[in-house]
Design a protein around this ligand. Sequence first.
Ligand SMILES: CC(C)(COP(=O)(O)OP(=O)(O)OC[C@H]1O[C@@H](n2cnc3c(N)ncnc32)[C@H](O)[C@@H]1OP(=O)(O)O)[C@@H](O)C(=O)NCCC(=O)NCCS
Length: 206
Amino acid sequence: MREQLLIIGAGGHGRVIADIALKMNTWKTIAFLDNDKLIQSSMGLEVVGKSDDMLAFIDDWDIFVGIGNNALRERIQSKLEVAGAHITTLIHPRAVIGEQVELGVGTAVMAGVVINCCTKVGKGCIINTGATIDHDSLIENYVHVSPGVHMAGTVNIGAGAWLGIGSIVSNNVNITSNCIIGAGAVVVRDIVDAGTYMGVPARRVY
Ligand SMILES: CC(C)(COP(=O)(O)OP(=O)(O)OC[C@H]1O[C@@H](n2cnc3c(N)ncnc32)[C@H](O)[C@@H]1OP(=O)(O)O)[C@@H](O)C(=O)NCCC(=O)NCCS
């Protein structure tokens, strides 16, 4: 653990990430990188350079990728990993994490989240505000679980999937990689083909 944390991306998602980091009270300095030259500070924290120059910072800073888009977050985190950056995991102090839960590096767990026992969450995931993930589930790398999603027990979510706000996944259901689940959808059967699914019960639309 270093004394300073650098968040890549000073947009809306990056600011929520900074808020978690501030509440963790772990780093003396927290700052952003962003490619938009017009943003010089965000949430009172300094933007110290461009995201494109991130590798120049990896010797002295813990790093976190604060970008909401799954594919872009994966691309940036993968580059950082190859370069040997120290990527951290962020957990809001008001999240409830069960016993024998594993969380990968670069994963953010936001306020009000509950992750029940024996669940594994991969790297680079976003477990957004107030989401719940029940026992014995597997969330693969670079998944975004949006605010207010509820997943019952023994659910598997494939890499790169995006579960929209307020969606529900019933118990023992598997969702394949790179799926989009629309806001408010209810997934009651396995999804084996990547695509966009909406409605109750969720059906493929694209
Ligand atoms: C599923 C989703 C990705 C589709 O986006 P899109 O491809 O741009 O779809 P559009 O907005 O063009 O809508 C296409 C049609 O689907 C309908 N639709 C869109 N989202 C829907 C949803 N979640 N449930 C049911 N119908 C939906 C629209 O009303 C529209 O219907 P119409 O053709 O009869 O007018 C998006 O609507 C969604 O649900 N996103 C989740 C947002 C979210 O969770 N944000 C949280 C970020 S932290």
